[in-house]
Ligand binder design. Structure first.
Ligand code: UDP
Length: 240
């Protein structure tokens, strides 16, 4: 059963469970933020969509043999997960240039990266989540060299699996962000969410942006786009 509020983030609330110390309930909010919280809004129904999309994606990754924190969706907006301690790193995988890398390095949007680029950002709002290197990560977090190698290998495998999943839904995966956490025994598993809030998804036929860029750039209806992503994943054989 859902217990008291443990933590509230920008997109989710985290609750303890009263019956098992090692499980948490994640409750997805309708809030949308971008540019490190500088742009804010609320979209009725967004929490449901991200909860259901993330649940589909994590079930799919589980079937592909990826260890994750996900246990099950409890209802439209909540999911049950294994308790982890989040490693404060944002692991970004880029197949095509978009967003911060286009500005930082002057690379034209849609430029293909082969092999994909992995970037690490230090999860710290006060510092605007700066880009860091591996040695910074050893200094700033408790990850060891071998563990960071494991995290990057997992990110590359997950990238291949997500490319296939989204491709079968008619979507190109330009980039995405992952977070990893530690189970009580120290094992590292994929945590947090994988949704149009954390991925850039482009319609393969039209090139239309079908993710949080709709909100960042104000180019359409976020809810309609997220609903469309969920529908495509539900129809999609890969995701079943
Ligand atoms: N991303 C995210 N949370 C963040 C920062 C980035 O989920 O706090 C995702 C973002 O949606 C995109 C990818 O990570 O799919 C790469 O983001 P980028 O570095 O381009 O930053 P942004 O353009 O979001 O500022």
């Amino acid at each position: 059963m859902k217990g008291s509020l443990l933590y509230e983030g920008k997109a989710k609330r985290v609750y303890v469970t009263t019956d098992d110390q090692e499980r948490l309930v994640l409750s997805y909010k309708d809030d949308a933020t971008a540019f490190n919280g500088k742009k804010k809004s609320e979209f009725a129904g967004k929490g449901r969509l991200n909860n259901l999309i993330t649940s589909k994606v994590f079930q799919y990754l589980h079937k592909q043999g990826i260890p994750t924190h996900f246990i099950e969706a409890l209802n439209d907006t909540e999911q049950l997960v294994k308790r982890t301690t989040i490693i404060p790193l944002e692991v970004v995988v880029r197949n095509k240039a978009a967003g911060s890398i286009t500005k930082r390095l002057g690379i034209e949007e849609k430029t293909r990266f082969h092999p994909p680029i992995i970037e690490l950002f230090y999860k710290k709002d006060e510092l605007n989540d700066p880009l860091i290197n591996d040695v910074h990560a050893y200094h700033l977090t408790d990850v060891k060299e071998q563990e960071l190698t494991f995290i990057k290998e997992q990110a590359m495998i997950i990238n291949e699996q997500l490319i296939a999943l989204f491709q079968s839904a008619g979507l190109e995966l330009a980039d995405f962000k992952l977070e990893f956490g530690r189970l009580p025994d120290g094992t590292i598993v994929l945590s947090d969410e994988v949704s149009p809030d954390t991925c850039r998804l482009w319609d393969i036929k039209t090139g239309q942006k079908m993710d949080k860029d709709v909100f960042r750039e104000e180019i359409g209806s976020l809810i309609e786009v997220y609903e469309n992503i969920l529908q495509r994943l539900e129809e999609n054989v890969c995701a079943k």
